[in-house]
Ligand binder design. Structure first.
Ligand code: COA
Ligand code: ZN
Length: 313
């Protein structure tokens, strides 16, 4: 069966923009519950400025708190060398650097111009590799930038190649503000697959304009099989105006299972994570399919001799 490898980014992308700050213990619950639902990799937190993103100030404490199988599945975002050192000290084994594809977004996000951001990312990748860490390199605002409009696909190709040549284990193309449409996605991801193959290529989608699943499907059609998504569709970037929630993990997992892909995710268990998140963040949450999925799986589990939840697809 075809596999789709999903990284859930809700503890980082999801929580970094929430007015209500979850406690370290609640974040630990989220990460361990995501892991128990079968999510193979989780972006746990970011080692960024606690003044810039106070929601992530407990990054080191959080890594220390997570135990069990979840602790082998974590990656963390680092914006610069200082973040890498902090992450290493805290025992991180996989880091993500963020390079934006426009000058202004780099300035807003990590306070560096493009040239400086490229060289800082290359330095961090090299330092991380020397320390034996796995690495992911985001190419952010890869389709459109909230400050500069449409992004040049040629530039995204060039930056992706630079990150791949620098040995990034995965290059993740990010539609940071959820502005891409399916033909753009299939063109760019198809070109990238032709140059670097699918094994090291990921796609990070937001669902701002309702095209998250359509974009995921377009990417799947050209062979992309690694995606970032967020439980409950929680997400957004404090430095990118207009960025709404990420593509919801429950929506993507449902699409994948219905289309004959294996994800390892138990959807009913994931729905319980969404419910727990909703309770902790004190608001109704959930992807586009959430209400229907809940009803569907509660009926399935009420039937005698039902198939194992999440396994029938
Ligand atoms: N972690 C913690 N503190 C950090 C840090 C990091 N990774 N990088 C810098 N700092 C601290 C510095 O030590 C300094 O502290 P001080 O004022 O107590 O001396 C302060 O931040 C300013 O340092 P400077 O190097 O001038 O950084 P900056 O002001 O240019 O900010 C970032 C750079 C990257 C730290 C900041 O822009 C940031 O955290 N951005 C967050 C990006 C993000 O999370 N985006 C969303 C995800 S894509
Ligand atoms: Zn994002």
């Amino acid at each position: 069966m075809k596999q789709l490898f999903i990284t859930d980014v809700s503890p980082r992308d999801g929580l970094q923009n929430q007015a209500l700050h979850l406690s370290t213990q609640d974040k630990r619950w989220l990460i361990e519950a995501l892991s128990d639902s079968g999510i193979p990799r989780i972006e746990a937190t970011s080692f960024v400025s606690p003044t810039g993103v106070p929601q992530m100030a407990d990054a080191a404490d959080l890594l220390a708190a997570v135990t069990g199988p979840a602790s082998d599945k974590l990656c963390v975002l680092v914006p610069n060398s200082k973040g890498l050192f902090r992450a290493q000290d805290a025992g991180a084994r996989e880091i993500c650097v963020v390079l934006s594809a426009t000058e202004t977004m780099n300035q807003r996000n990590i306070r560096m111009g493009m040239a400086q951001a490229v060289s800082a990312c290359l330095d961090v990748l090299q330092q991380a590799q020397e320390a034996g860490l796995r690495t992911r390199a985001y190419v952010a605002v890869a389709f459109a930038c909230p400050f500069e409009g449409q992004t040049s696909p040629d530039l995204v190709m060039q930056l992706s190649k630079q990150m791949a040549d620098a040995g990034a284990d995965e290059v993740v193309i990010a539609d940071t503000i959820g502005a891409a449409h399916p033909s753009q996605v299939s063109n760019l991801m198809g070109d990238l697959i032709n140059t670097m193959g699918a094994d090291r290529l990921g796609l990070h989608l937001h669902d701002t304009r309702g095209l998250g699943l359509a974009n995921a499907w377009a990417a799947m059609q050209v062979g992309v099989n690694r995606f970032d998504s967020s439980a409950a569709g929680l997400g957004g970037c404090p430095f990118a105006p207009g960025a709404a929630g990420n593509l919801a993990t429950e929506d993507l997992a449902w699409l994948a299972h219905e289309s004959g892909y294996e994800t390892g995710i138990d959807i009913p268990a994931l729905l319980q994570v969404v419910e727990g998140l909703s309770m902790r963040l004190k608001k109704p949450l959930g992807g586009r399919s959430y209400a229907w999925l809940k009803q569907h799986f509660s009926k399935v589990s009420a039937e005698p001799h039902h198939a194992l939840p999440g396994k029938q697809a």
